[in-house]
Write a protein that binds this ligand. Structure first.
Ligand SMILES: [Zn+2]
Length: 388
């Protein structure tokens, strides 16, 4: 099983050294022509054309740019060509190695905080990497110690968006699939993605006779209105000449806020917290969202991407994950229909048998019952929360 993390860097092309950028563009054009020739040749079973493409690659591309055509390389890009209706967006991948092996396609020069991309014929493109990004890269690497992630660099440049060059450093780690943990021994994490685009999370574990709840945080994405106001402020400062570049960049970032970025950061935060509470125990995460097939539009996309992000991060950290959906309308004790009561801040679900809890946490109770565990001693809505 393979998990990955990505660090994305963006550069304005007019700030790059013009000669090196021209050379990069030239390589891109050659690479694209050869890659599409190769792709369609494979898809149509034309062996002779595929060989022609490989010969052209040999003549026109530096050797470390050709690994994507080498079926024995981990960078090989054409694995599932038959199942791909269109070529994937990945345009280019280069191997990234440490300075010790700096003869490869790209490497990080830590002394200069630079990512050096080799362009063949002794030419190189030097891209400054902010110290913060280097630090984050190291943090991500250390998350999987003692495993050592492999690193590749992906460079994206699109003729229709000429002003930006996007560079991604991709860390990958391979590990065996974790076995299903014993629910009595594991840290249990329940993520409910049902509450208005946000997540309601429960961290709990079985602790002699009862399930003990550690924390029940809720996460909500920042509202669009708030982001737009923030961005307008930045733009106005920039147009008055105050730190123009920084303010324009921040305004763009604020506007471009995509739910995906928020979802990824939030899920990573949840899993990091789980690792702390687990104190070395195994972890079982259940992600509960409405059945995808009944959803439409944005919400469907958000939840689908949340599920993929969680799957990937669990593979990265080696965490056992399930994706079962539990009802918030039926009592976890007697299966009776729950009745909803609104309080000032919460929707409380009550049963005739005496069960009552915040609606967002009912699915958690049902999960706990299905694992054969006793319920927590107290309802979660009155449970003291961290820092509150
Ligand atoms: Zn009941």
């Amino acid at each position: 099983m393979e998990g990955f993390r990505v660090l994305t860097l963006r550069y304005r092309t007019n700030e790059l050294p013009p000669e090196a950028f021209e050379r990069l563009k030239e390589l891109f054009e050659k690479y694209r022509a050869i890659a599409s020739l190769y792709f369609w040749a494979l898809q149509n079973g034309k062996k002779d054309v595929a060989e022609l493409a490989l010969r052209r690659a040999e003549e026109e591309l530096p050797y470390y740019w050709r690994l994507v055509f080498d079926s024995r390389s981990p960078l090989y890009l054409f694995n599932e060509v038959k199942e791909m209706p269109r070529p994937r967006k990945h345009v280019l991948k280069l191997p990234l190695v440490t300075a010790l092996h700096y003869h490869s396609g790209a490497y990080i020069d830590e002394d200069k905080s630079e990512l050096v991309v080799r362009l063949g014929g002794g030419q190189r493109l030097e891209l400054p990497v902010p110290e913060r990004a280097l630090k984050r890269l190291k943090e991500k690497e250390s998350e999987v110690t003692p495993l050592k992630p492999s690193k590749t660099v992906r460079i994206q440049w699109r003729p229709e968006r000429t002003q930006m060059l996007k560079v991604q450093i991709v860390l990958r780690v391979e590990r065996p699939r974790p076995p299903r943990p014993d629910p009595r021994e594991a840290l249990l994490v329940f993520i409910d993605a049902n509450s208005r685009y946000g997540f309601a999370v429960v961290f709990a574990a079985y602790d002699s006779q009862y399930v003990k709840v550690y924390e029940t945080p809720k996460f909500r994405p920042p509202s669009r209105g708030k982001r737009m106001r923030e961005s307008a402020k930045r733009k106005s400062a920039a147009s008055h000449g105050v730190k123009t570049n920084i303010n324009f960049a921040l305004a763009r970032l604020t506007e471009e806020f995509d739910s995906r970025g928020w979802v990824e950061a939030t899920i990573a935060q949840i899993l990091k917290k789980a690792l702390i509470y687990a104190e070395g125990r195994s972890i079982w995460v259940n992600f509960d969202s409405p059945p995808i097939h009944i959803l439409r539009g944005r919400l469907r996309q958000t939840l689908l991407s949340a599920r993929r992000i969680l799957e990937n991060l669990c593979r990265w950290y080696g965490i056992y994950a399930t994706f079962r959906c539990y009802s918030s309308h039926h009592c976890p004790i007697c299966e009776g229909r729950l009745e909803e009561h609104m309080t000032r801040r919460t929707r409380i679900m009550r049963c005739r048998c005496g069960f009552a809890d915040d609606r967002d946490f009912v699915p958690f109770h049902r999960w706990i019952t299905s694992l054969g565990l006793p319920l927590p001693k107290w309802p979660l809505y009155s449970h003291p929360r961290d820092g509150q």
